[in-house]
Design a protein around this ligand. Structure first.
Ligand code: NDP
Length: 480
């Protein structure tokens, strides 16, 4: 046995991860259900490093040094269970299985518990960065036991992306499902960020009357400032691109229906279960869903809009600056919600997730990589108990500074009939958190009226009910 690590499942992700390990100096055992894929990898890339191709699960396991470390990169769901069942029977206590697929964290918890019974470490691991990241350096979020990470950590840190300060973008997240949970929230934040960027583009186009190539230029400018991020960078690239067939801006030939594979939906479903408000992520998931409802859209296409004219040219530049402020502020809100969710999951499942470390490993390699993440890292490092990112003095100051422009943009979007559920929703969240009094008082009073659900008072302790149907006297319900 000579291989330090093995990869089974050699489609795009597995193949590139295996090459990344080999290029980093590891001897990598290879396995795939269909042998041809293993052969092709060795034929095409065999000279990149030391590969040990195998043709059966038994041979694959025999090729691995102990404790064995094998990465499963197969289709998530049933295929992962089938592969785990096959390998578990061939492994020994102390061996480590990494599931690098996009598993739901609840499945990971179940699998980890079952394999733990057999003494096998199961590290459900989030991997972000797509095909290219897998080859050149992804952001890696491993869950599972600390013991497993001792074996696994050095191998993963070797292939991970490097943050600007040189730190590897891989770190132990926490036990059982913690890694896949954090990857799920990463994708939820990604949905929210993409939605906000799309709204900023829409505003620049429809309210400021800018063409895609001009908007690309604006985004390039933003990418040199506090919005510096991979998503802003690729947005500029997409907006510069011209369709070869028609000569039109590429963005104008793509059908305006956004699809989804489900991690955004999982994030929102889980947030509902945990009772943590993540409206920015929910708005983004629903916006994609709404875009795909062709029937609803056709049925509503004749409804009247405001008929507002685009802004005069003299105001367009000023408007673009305000959009930058609104986008930045809304982005801070979305990320704050993402971190609230990670904290809530960590508390619910007892994971002890280090919130600063999550930001640290998202600084490079993953889709939401951004200069901004280093500030989130620093913020949680200085104040691990920070109740929300919005309480960070620097972010609070920036939000306060942006709020004037943010409100003008939300108003302009309503006036011009441009939907901005992300930007306007983020502002509502901001106002909802800072409000001294919320109309939730009225909601709770209504609940007491029709359902005797009781209420608390601002002026004294206790639980109360008003006899709405009778003399309207107040009774205390938490005594005797
Ligand atoms: P796919 O999700 O398309 O899965 C294909 C691989 O799964 C092939 O190696 C295939 O083997 C294997 N497979 C499918 N069913 C079985 C089975 N019943 N038994 C054994 N092997 C099976 O590949 P990707 O590389 O795109 O993704 C791998 C994992 O990584 C997935 O979980 C995905 O969600 C996740 N992921 C993907 C990203 C991406 O950008 N694509 C990014 C991050 C994570 P065979 O060749 O024999 O058909």
């Amino acid at each position: 046995a000579s291989a330090q690590i093995g990869v089974t499942g050699l489609a795009v992700m597995g193949r590139n991860l295996a090459r990344n390990f080999a290029r980093g100096g590891c001897t990598v055992a290879l396995h795939n259900r269909t042998e041809a894929r293993t052969r092709e990898l060795v034929e095409e890339f065999g000279d990149e490093g030391d590969f040990v191709p195998t043709t059966s699960a038994r041979e694959f396991v025999a090729a691995l040094r102990r404790p064995r470390c094998l990465v499963v990169m197969v289709k998530a769901g049933g295929p992962t269970d089938a592969v785990l069942e096959e390998f578990a029977g061939l492994l020994e206590p102390g061996d480590v299985i990494v599931d690098g697929g996009n598993a739901h964290f609840a499945d990971t918890r179940r699998r980890e518990a079952a394999l733990r019974e057999r003494g096998i470490h199961f590290a459900g691991t989030g991997i972000s960065g797509g095909e290219e990241g897998a080859l050149l350096g992804p952001s890696i979020m491993p869950g599972g036991s600390a013991e497993a990470y001792e074996v696994l950590g050095p191998l993963l840190e070797r292939i991970a992306a490097r943050a600007p300060d040189g730190a590897p973008c891989a770190a132990h997240i926490g036990p059982d499902g913690a890694g896949h949970f954090v990857k799920m929230v990463h994708n939820g934040i990604e949905y929210a960020d993409m939605q906000l960027i799309a709204e900023a583009y829409d505003l620049l186009r429809k309210v400021a009357g800018r063409r895609p190539a001009e908007i690309a230029e604006i985004f390039r400018g933003w990418n040199r400032g506090r919005l510096d991020s991979y998503l802003i960078e690729i947005t500029a690239q997409v907006l510069t691109h011209t369709d070869a067939d028609t000569g039109l801006p590429f963005v104008d030939v793509v059908a305006d229906r956004a699809e989804q594979k489900g991690t955004g939906r999982w994030t929102v479903q889980t947030a509902l279960d945990l009772g943590v408000p993540v409206p920015g992520i929910a708005q983004a998931v629903f916006a994609r869903s709404q875009s795909g409802h062709t029937g609803l859209r056709q049925a509503a296409a004749a409804l009247p809009g405001p008929g507002a004219e685009p802004l005069p040219e003299a105001e367009a530049d000023r408007f673009a600056e305000q959009v930058e402020q609104a986008l930045y502020a809304s982005k801070v809100i979305s990320y704050a919600q993402g971190w609230d969710m990670i904290r809530a999951g960590s508390e619910e499942f007892g994971w002890g997730i280090d919130l600063s470390r999550v930001a640290a490993i998202w600084r490079a390699g993953c889709i939401i990589r951004a200069a901004f993440l280093d500030r989130i890292r620093a913020s949680f490092a200085e104040r691990p108990g920070l109740p929300t990112l919005l309480a960070d003095p620097e972010f609070a100051r920036e939000l306060g500074g942006a709020q004037g422009a943010w409100r003008r943009i939300a108003a302009a979007s309503a006036r011009h009939g441009v939907p901005t559920p992300g930007i306007s929703g983020a502002l509502a969240y901001y106002d909802g958190l800072r409000a001294e009094h919320l109309p939730a008082a009225l909601t709770q009073a209504q609940r007491d009226y029709f359902g005797a659900h009781t209420y608390r008072r601002r002026d004294r302790e206790g639980t109360f009910h008003t006899r709405w149907g009778g003399d309207r006297a107040e009774v205390r319900t938490d005594q005797g």
